[in-house]
Design a protein around this ligand. Sequence first.
Ligand code: SF4
Ligand code: SF4
Length: 180
Amino acid sequence: MPEDNKGTTYSYDVCGKCKIICCRDAKPPVSESRKKIIKEYMEKQKINIGKPFTKETYSYPSVDETLLCKFNSKETKKCMVHSVKPETCRAGPITFDINFKTKKVEWFLKKSEICAYAGELYKNKAAFDDHFEVAKKEIMRLIRELDADELRVLMKIEEPQTFKVGEDDLPVEVVRKLGL
Ligand code: SF4
Ligand code: SF4
């Protein structure tokens, strides 16, 4: 596992060489509380991006004409808000789905063919376990905060080339707001 991965849910070593770059056409959902934290961070760090978020059926960081997230620096190719980035950006390459029948949140890992960092995590159990804990916390916070319509829209987005790595009960309040 590269040296720079210290539980920060990202590896600059691996991601710096990535040809796929998951920050394009990603439109990661972002909770209102995380949006506030990101805006405060931008102010403090003097990061100036006009209209940093877009709201359609849910809120996500705005994208440029090539669908690249506006937080991805054109100069460094790194995320300008890395330490406070949206929940699913922190969780990646772990993704999630809600099983409305079993009332579980199911966890998936991207295949190494589409994410070299996922391949690195898969080979290193300790690193994977650390990352999985962070990912679960981030996603659970997100699904607690988003409303039922936002969650239902998100669950329609296909995440191909992933495989299941676990599942947990949905929090009671999420089961209730989804009317399950
Ligand atoms: S696809 Fe994987 S390896 Fe590539 S930038 Fe994203 S997390 Fe990093
Ligand atoms: S917020 Fe950062 S990590 Fe997330 S898609 Fe944008 S540039 Fe990538």
